[in-house]
Design a protein around this ligand. Structure first.
Ligand code: PGA
Length: 246
C-alpha cells in the first residue's frame, strides 16, 4: 500500500488555545487511516499543546518549524533540538524557504541544523526549492542539488524526509504541475540513490489545496504534501487529508 504523508506547516499562526480548538475539530472530522500520516508543524509556543493531543493517535505527529543548532546557551529567541523534543516534537522542518529568504539562513546553516536535529532524535524534513529567477535560468536541478549537498553532507544514512517546495509556488496560488514536480523529485531520488541513502520520502509543497491535491498526488513520485495556507482551517485540512488521492 502506498503510504502518504500530509504535513501541515502553520507558520506564524495558531496559538496554544487555538491549537486545542483546531485539533478538537480536526479529530472529529478525520479518523485514522492506514495509508496516511498527518504531521503538524505549529509555531514553537503551540508545540506542547499539539504534541500532547496528537500523542493519543499513532497516525499523527508534531514537529518544530525550525531549530537552532546549539543544544543550549545564550541564544535569545532560539529553540534547540532538545528543547523542541522536550515539548513533544518528533520532527523538525529544516531550511524552509521562508527561513532561507526572509531570515537569511545559509546553506551551511541548514547542514548544522540537520545534524542537530539528528542528535536530538528529531526526524528532519529538509525543504529545498528554487526561486523563479533560478527556474527561468534553467538552474532548478543545480540549486536543489546544492541544497541537498549542503544539508546532508556525508550524512546520507540519516532517516529524513525531503520536501520539494519551489519558492515561486509558496503562498502564491501558483502550484507546480505534477510533471514539473515529478522531474525534480526524480532528480532528488537519483541524488539520494547515488549515495545509497536510506529510503527517503519526498513531499511536494507550494499552494497545495483541496482542489489540486489529488491531481498532484496522482503523480507516483510524490510521497505526500507539505501544506501552509490550506492547513490553517481544521475543516479544510481534514477534507484535504480525507479526500486526496482516494
Ligand atoms: P503554501 O505553503 O501551501 O501556503 O503555499 C507551503 C509551505 O510553505 O510549506
Amino acid at each position: 500500500m502506498r503510504a502518504l504523508l500530509f504535513a501541515a506547516n502553520w507558520k506564524m499562526h495558531i496559538g496554544p488555545q487555538e491549537a486545542r480548538t483546531y485539533l478538537s475539530t480536526f479529530l472529529g472530522q478525520y479518523s485514522e487511516r492506514p495509508d496516511r500520516q498527518v504531521w503538524f508543524f505549529p509555531p514553537a509556543v503551540s508545540l506542547e499543546a499539539v504534541a500532547t493531543i496528537v500523542a493519543k493517535r499513532p497516525d499523527l505527529l508534531a514537529g518544530a518549524q525550525d531549530i537552532y543548532w546549539e543544544p543550549k546557551g545564550a541564544y535569545t529567541g532560539a529553540i534547540s533540538g532538545p528543547l523542541a523534543a522536550q515539548a513533544g516534537a518528533r520532527a523538525t522542518l529544516i531550511g524552509h524557504s521562508e527561513r532561507r529568504h526572509v531570515f537569511g539562513e545559509t546553506y551551511e546553516q541548514t547542514g548544522k541544523k540537520l545534524a542537530a536535529a539528528v542528535r536530538a532524535g528529531l526526524h528532519p524534513v529538509l525543504c529545498v526549492g528554487e526561486t523563479l529567477a533560478q527556474r527561468d535560468a534553467g538552474e532548478t536541478l543545480t540549486v536543489v542539488t546544492r541544497q541537498l549537498e549542503a544539508a546532508f553532507g556525508a550524512r546520507v544514512e540519516v532517516q529524513a524526509t525531503v520536501a520539494y517546495e519551489p519558492v515561486w509556488a509558496i503562498g502564491t496560488g501558483r502550484n507546480a504541475t505534477p510533471q514539473d514536480a515529478a522531474l525534480v523529485h526524480q532528480a532528488i531520488r537519483g541524488w539520494l540513490n547515488d549515495r545509497q541513502a536510506v529510503e527517503t520520502r519526498i513531499l511536494y509543497g507550494g499552494s497545495v489545496n483541496v482542489k489540486n491535491a489529488s491531481q498532484l498526488l496522482a503523480e507516483r513520485e510524490l510521497d505526500g504534501v507539505l501544506v501552509g495556507g490550506a492547513s490553517l482551517d481544521p475543516k479544510i485540512w481534514a477534507e484535504l487529508v480525507r479526500t486526496a488521492a482516494t
